[in-house]
Design a protein around this ligand. Structure first.
Ligand code: BMP
Length: 259
């Protein structure tokens, strides 16, 4: 099999500034851990971001679950991202026609394009979803992931749907820098694979979530970045939990490099 490239080597191959920055942070901080801050107040999200900041390459948000989202929150989160060096990824999962997602990305209460370096979209609507997002995001040097596979039980993002999603990404490389997936979908080293549904202890959550370990995600399924929510923020000591996941995922990456 072909040599596994390091994050540094892959960053050097990337054109998109967000992809380059992410790979560079991963290499520098020795972290392929993204923490999902699925908390409902600004104070909780900011506190978590500050606690786990040294251990992560990326913080994932769901802005629309917050009760007190504000421009002050965005400013504080951006300061934390600069201080700790992490990418901000708003997990918006756009899934409408181009004209609608354009507004959802740029306007409304959240102005996502103004603060999220990275967001994501379902391929379901066809390439119009990307054409719409691009008209807003490209000028701001934003990037997008396509959701090619999901972690949840019974999801429909499989087989030909997944293949068509990869093709759509290949046709929009100026904006799409990778995938949310459960496995490696392409050998193209400039595409980043991020895998949610990762936990060290549990196997599921009773609502369809299915977990694999950091080792399985990175070594068996060839994820570049693991995304961990409750495994970190439900822990009584989120900083230590983040450190555990960081170590587990980075050792798995180093194992891949060496083998
Ligand atoms: P947790 O680790 O607590 O199960 O959280 C997983 C996070 O990843 C959630 O924010 C969820 O929205 C997201 N996610 C997922 O679990 N599976 C997917 O296939 C795609 C996701 O974005």
């Amino acid at each position: 099999s072909r040599k596994v490239l390091s994050y540094r080597e892959r960053g050097d191959l990337c054109q998109h500034p967000v992809a380059r920055q992410l790979f560079s942070i991963m290499e520098k901080k020795k972290s392929n851990l993204a923490v999902s801050a699925d908390l409902c107040t600004a104070e909780q999200v900011l506190q978590l971001a500050d606690q786990v900041g040294p251990h992560i390459c990326m913080l994932k948000t769901h802005a629309d679950i917050m009760t007190d989202f504000s421009t002050e929150f965005v400013q504080s989160l951006t300061e934390l991202a600069d201080r700790h060096q992490f990418i901000i990824f708003e997990d918006r999962k756009f899934a409408d026609i181009g004209s609608t997602v354009q507004h959802q990305y740029r306007d409304g209460l959240y102005h996502i394009a103004d603060w999220a370096h990275l967001t994501n979209a379902h391929a379901l609507p066809g390439s119009g979803v990307l054409e719409g997002l691009k008209q807003v995001g490209l000028d701001k040097k934003r990037a997008c992931l396509l959701i090619a596979e999901m972690s949840s039980k019974g999801n429909l993002a499989t087989g030909d749907y997944t293949k068509a999603t990869v093709k759509m990404a290949e046709e929009h490389k100026d904006f799409v820098v990778g995938f949310i997936s459960q496995s490696q979908l392409t050998e193209d080293p400039t595409f980043i694979h991020m895998t949610p549904g990762v936990q060290l202890s549990g196997s599921g959550d009773g609502l369809g979530q299915q977990y694999v370990s950091p080792w399985d995600a990175v070594v068996t399924r060839r994820a570049d970045v693991i995304i961990v929510g409750r495994g970190v923020y439900k822990d009584p000591d989120p900083a230590s939990a983040a450190q555990r996941y960081q170590t587990a995922a980075f050792e798995a990456y180093q194992h891949r490099l060496a083998n």
